[in-house]
Design a protein around this ligand. Structure first.
Ligand code: SAM
Length: 334
């Protein structure tokens, strides 16, 4: 019998219990720093894992100790059938939580179905609170749709709702305090993520990355001192705070200046079926080809274990190393 709930350890003795599954490389936005319009090549449909294939990998991963799954992309909500797929994961013994990361464009219309599918934890990426700037960054006029999606998610009782912002110098860094203000009277969790060298390296420049220390200083000078906040059930990579009397939470994710590799509990599954042990390393293990060649479950288990073997102790970006990874975030799964 499979022994569920026993976390698997990697070579660094990290308990790996979290799988990020990218269901598509397609996205309905084209954010300048994430999926530049010059890199719009998309995978042919037959190269993308079918839901049955993803489901089989997830089942094997759960048998090895994965308990939490996050669905991402590209934009996961553009893939047909995604809510049914999520619902199919909900009943898998051993899975404690299925969450999703979305840009929110289709959220208003899909929020009910996501809730019915068992999703309660929602991450929404949003880099500007201004319509015109949103258009400049994403190439889309969907700001109002995203905002309505956030409102709908609040009304439906999704908790937590995390708004992820990547402050980039000269792009949106003048909105840091405005994003933090969202937490004053709403139970939102606003998280600031350091801009990482992912994808084409000509886009990332060190001086465009606003460090967590800098972001925090901007917020404190606008809203006063931040008070540490620690009560999340699943402690993630975010350092969390509250503004005094604030309803929501302000989080900082600092992959560059305070890397959290020692606490990393993740594996990733890319849309074309590669297991990726670390976001910031290009090592990947092909799991689709053996599966399509008719391999047994034992071979999938072996490849998942190999991914743990190959999970690096840490990344070195920020220590003078600037080469992150070559694939864009939207093609890997953010
Ligand atoms: N479409 C979904 C969404 O928007 O949340 C999921 C995929 S998207 C690639 C996931 C996240 O990756 C977004 O929040 C985006 O801002 C972030 N991201 C993309 N490139 C990044 C980079 N170079 N550094 C930090 N975050 C990045």
């Amino acid at each position: 019998m499979v022994d569920f709930f026993m976390p698997i350890l990697d070579r660094q003795n990290r308990a790996i219990d979290y799988l990020r599954v990218s269901v598509t490389d397609r996205c309905n936005l084209a954010c300048t720093y994430c999926k530049p319009r010059t890199q719009m090549r998309e995978l042919p449909h037959n190269e993308i894992l079918r839901y049955e294939e993803i489901g089989r990998i997830v089942l094997r991963a759960v048998a090895l100790g994965i308990t939490r799954v996050r669905i991402t992309g590209g934009e996961p909500l553009v893939r047909r059938g995604v809510t049914d797929f999520i619902a199919s994961l909900r009943d898998v013994p051993g899975i404690e939580d299925v969450s999703i990361t979305t840009n929110g464009v289709l959220l208003e219309e899909m929020a009910d179905a996501l809730r019915a599918a068992g999703v309660s934890r929602l991450n929404i990426s949003l880099d500007s609170l201004r319509r015109s700037r949103f258009r400049e960054i994403t190439g889309s006029d969907a700001w109002d749709a995203v905002w309505r999606g956030i409102r709908r998610a609040e009304d439906l009782g999704f908790r937590p709702i995390k708004i992820n912002v990547v402050p980039v110098k000269g792009l949106n860094d003048d909105e840091i305090a405005d994003f933090a203000r969202l937490t004053l009277d709403r139970a939102l969790h606003v998280r600031f993520i350091e801009f990482m060298p992912i994808g084409s390296n000509d886009r990332w420049h060190r001086d465009e990355c606003i460090t967590t220390d800098r972001i925090r200083a901007v917020i404190e000078s606008a809203l006063g001192p931040l008070e540490p906040y620690t009560s999340e059930r699943w402690a993630g990579p975010s350092d969390n705070y509250r503004v005094r009397r604030g309803q929501g939470i302000i989080g900082f994710i600092s992959p560059l200046t305070k890397h959290f590799c020692a606490a990393c509990r993740r594996l990733r599954l890319t849309p074309e079926g590669k297991i990726r042990p670390c976001l910031l390393s290009d090592t990947e293990i092909d799991i689709k080809s053996p599966m399509r060649g008719g391999c047994r479950d034992e071979e999938i288990d072996r490849l998942l274990r190999l991914a743990l073997e190959l999970k690096p102790e840490r990344h070195y970006i920020g220590d003078g190393e600037t080469q992150g990874c070559r694939r864009t975030m939207s093609s890997i799964g953010g």
